[in-house]
Design a protein around this ligand. Structure first.
Ligand code: PLP
Length: 377
């Protein structure tokens, strides 16, 4: 599945489809054509596949099947959580962070434009962590109904949020808590029976599943109405005939990610540490954005010093068979710039490349990248 002539280090953007997931999906595509809403045998067969997939997801998160709603991906899941919470749960204030994914930040802008809520941004420390004391102060300072929206792992720098601690702070303050878990789903254990979170989100293509399918968990204490008006699909939350093949693929991919979590994670941790060590010894002027020792095993945001070739770094990597992502503080050349790196290192002339790993990557690939970088800096 992975093109052997290239080195794919952009697994935070997306991951290649797991061949076993593909096999499961193609089998269902060949065999199952019923509409899950039909009551005849073909329909019931399709429905049973969707409900089995829901059960797999609920088991992985230790929650009830009635709390999982399939969506078109992480963007829709986050839109649904935020917009429905404001519309249906009496939220008057949202506390979020400037480092969230655009699907959260742009949803918040749209919500702000309605005038329904006030939006505050929590302080971020110099390593890109949420300042928990500031969050606690903000939660205590106002008794209006509050929703906190903070991501579990930052997709650009990899920093991890202490999920349990934030859930407790929100719970103690009576605030709702939405956590964008798109980058950690299938990578880090999330036990929703033990951790009080109101909403989490998942996206299959981040854990070796298909693109265009995801889910939102909505804690059953929160009764919200439809996000997409139409038929009664997804218990009235999202009208429209379900993406059966995507949903089945999502569940299979999540199940495999959970089963293989330890092996995959230890491989990625090892690879990331090795990459950091090799970069440090070969290019002492290289630094790392965020807090890589603490962060997600799959993400390494590397900061290269300003140089005449720097603007072309991402393109040169591509030409040399290496796929990675840009995201410097300021936009330049083919790099559109990053609000995350820009927030942490305003106006920095340095060049950021995000390398992100999968369990398919090898030490040999890391060695090749370190070697080939020599001609590009
Ligand atoms: N949230 C985070 C943290 C992400 O990294 C992404 C994908 O880049 C999303 C949300 C959006 O997910 P999707 O691509 O499924 O819409």
């Amino acid at each position: 599945m992975v093109n052997p002539s290239r080195i794919f280090l952009d697994n935070a953007a997306t991951t290649p489809l797991d061949p076993e997931v593909l096999a499961t999906m193609t089998q269902v595509m060949a065999d199952t054509y019923g509409n899950p809403s039909s009551i005849h045998a073909e329909g019931r067969k399709a429905r049973s596949l969707i409900e089995a997939a829901r059960k797999t997801v609920a088991n992985a998160l230790n929650c009830s099947i009635g709390e999982i709603f399939f969506t078109s991906g992480g963007t829709e899941a986050n839109n649904m959580a935020l917009k429905n919470a404001v519309r249906d749960l009496g939220v008057k204030r949202i506390i979020s962070s400037p480092l969230e994914h655009h699907c959260v930040l742009h949803s918040l802008e749209a919500i702000r434009a309605t005038g329904a809520v006030e939006i505050e941004m929590v302080a971020i420390d110099e390593k890109g962590h949420v300042d928990l004391a500031d969050l606690e102060r903000r939660l205590a300072s106002d008794d209006r109904k509050t929703l906190v929206s903070l991501m579990h792992a930052n997709n650009e720098i990899g920093n991890l949020l202490p999920l349990k601690e934030v859930a407790k702070l929100c719970g103690d303050a009576g605030a709702l808590f939405h956590c964008d878990t798109v980058q950690t789903m299938g990578y880090y254990p999330i036990d929703l029976a033990a951790t009080r979170v109101s909403f989490v989100s998942g996206s299959a293509h981040k854990f070796y599943g298909p693109k265009g399918v995801g889910f939102v968990y909505i804690n059953s204490d929160n009764i919200v109405g439809p996000f997409v008006d139409g038929g009664a699909q997804e218990r009235n939350m999202r009208g429209g005939t379900e993406n059966i093949y995507g949903i089945v693929g999502l569940a299979k991919a999540l199940q495999r990610a959970v089963e293989q979590r330890e092996v995959r994670m230890s491989h990625m941790h090892e690879l990331k540490a090795y990459f950091m060590e090799q970069l440090r010894s070969r290019y002492p002027e290289v630094t790392f954005n965020g807090d890589p020792e603490q962060g997600h095993a799959k993400v390494l945001s590397v900061s290269f010093p300003q140089s005449p070739k720097g603007d072309l770094l991402l393109m040169n990597l591509d030409l040399n068979g290496i796929s990675a992502s840009g995201g410097s503080a300021c936009s330049s050349g083919i790099d559109v710039g990053s609000h995350v790196v820009g927030h942490l290192y305003p106006d920095s002339p340095r060049h950021t490349i995000r390398f992100s790993f999968s369990h398919h990557n090898t030490r040999g690939e890391v060695d090749a990248v370190v070697e080939r970088l020599g001609g590009m800096l």
